[in-house]
Ligand binder design. Structure first.
Ligand code: PMM
Length: 290
């Protein structure tokens, strides 16, 4: 099975675009839309045509309260889609917390494993990925370790996320994953409230400063749904009214993509490709202007 070489995938600038493809009934933004395999593949191909660099295929929603699919259900959702996209020459990452799913997806040609638990949900994940020899995205999420109802608490969210990710890297390397294949993700919205997300976005350079590639996933997340309605309004998120619908958050997402690129992120994980593609082009052209 053809695979995109890891080295090519992880080269630093310019910031890459990872297109989100959730083959789930219940993801918060695109749940249910791509459960049909043909529609999922079509959407993956469209995102590539629009400017994505790789497609992140996931079969499990992490939305609070969602019921985990069985391992077989997850495999049935994602593997045919991975196979088909790879068959079209598309670089694919597999978004999973299960080692068996990661191994099957890489067997089907996926080039990267993206684990929102950072390898903590399944004891077999680190050694499995070490054996597969593909890059591994370790995302920061305390939710698996703490009571999910518990409010996230940080004295210094940037410093604590940085230090916890750095410790995760050491643990993963200890389990056999090559350091140069680890990608870090601060985990926007995962055991972080809106205030934490804004501070983390401002402090992203501390995460990229760890010297490993960084993936940023802010796309359509709730903290982008309550922006002030007027520039003269206080620079604080609104607390009144309904948040905007997830697909109305793409302009805000594109702005975060620009900030991520400025902070040196390796890639951004987004639902809407054109808005982020243009934001990243603005960044690149400004950087190159003389
Ligand atoms: N967010 C979601 C799912 N997977 N993976 C990484 N690495 N980073 C993220 O921020 C992340 C992720 C949840 O969002 P979705 O429902 O839009 O997929």
């Amino acid at each position: 099975m053809s695979q995109i070489p890891a080295a090519g995938l992880l080269t630093p600038a310019p910031t890459r675009i990872m297109g989100v493809l959730n083959v789930t009934p219940d993801s918060f933004s695109d749940g249910g839309r791509w459960l049909d395999h043909a529609a999922a593949v079509e959407h993956g191909r469209r995102m590539m045509a629009e400017g994505a660099d790789l497609v992140d295929v996931g079969g499990e929603s992490t939305r609070p309260g969602s019921v985990r699919p069985s391992e077989q259900e997850e495999l049935d959702r994602v593997i045919p889609v991975v196979e088909n996209l790879v068959g079209h020459g598309i670089p694919v990452s597999i978004d999973t917390m299960r080692a068996t799913v990661a191994a099957a997806a890489v067997g089907a040609g996926a080039a990267l494993v993206n684990d929102v638990s950072g390898g903590l949900a399944d004891d077999a994940m680190p050694s499995t990925v070490a054996g597969l020899g593909v890059p591994f995205v370790a995302m920061h999420w305390r939710g698996l370790l703490a009571d999910p109802q518990e409010e996230p608490h940080y004295e210094d969210v940037v410093g604590e996320v940085r230090d916890e990710l750095a410790a995760r890297v050491e643990a993963l390397v200890e389990e056999g994953i090559a350091r140069e294949l680890v990608v870090l993700d601060p985990g926007f919205g995962f055991s972080k409230d809106a205030g934490h997300n804004w501070v983390l976005l401002r402090g992203l350079a501390a995460i990229t400063g760890l010297g490993l590639p960084v993936l940023v996933g802010t796309s359509r997340k709730r903290f982008l749904g309550r922006l002030p309605l007027h520039t003269a309004a206080p620079a604080e998120p609104r607390t009144d009214g309904e948040p905007t619908a997830p697909d109305e958050r793409d302009a805000a997402t594109a702005a975060t993509s620009l900030l991520a690129a400025q902070a040196g992120a390796w890639a951004v994980r987004v639902h809407d490709i054109p808005s982020t593609r243009d934001a990243l082009a603005v960044h690149r052209l400004t950087e190159a202007a003389r």
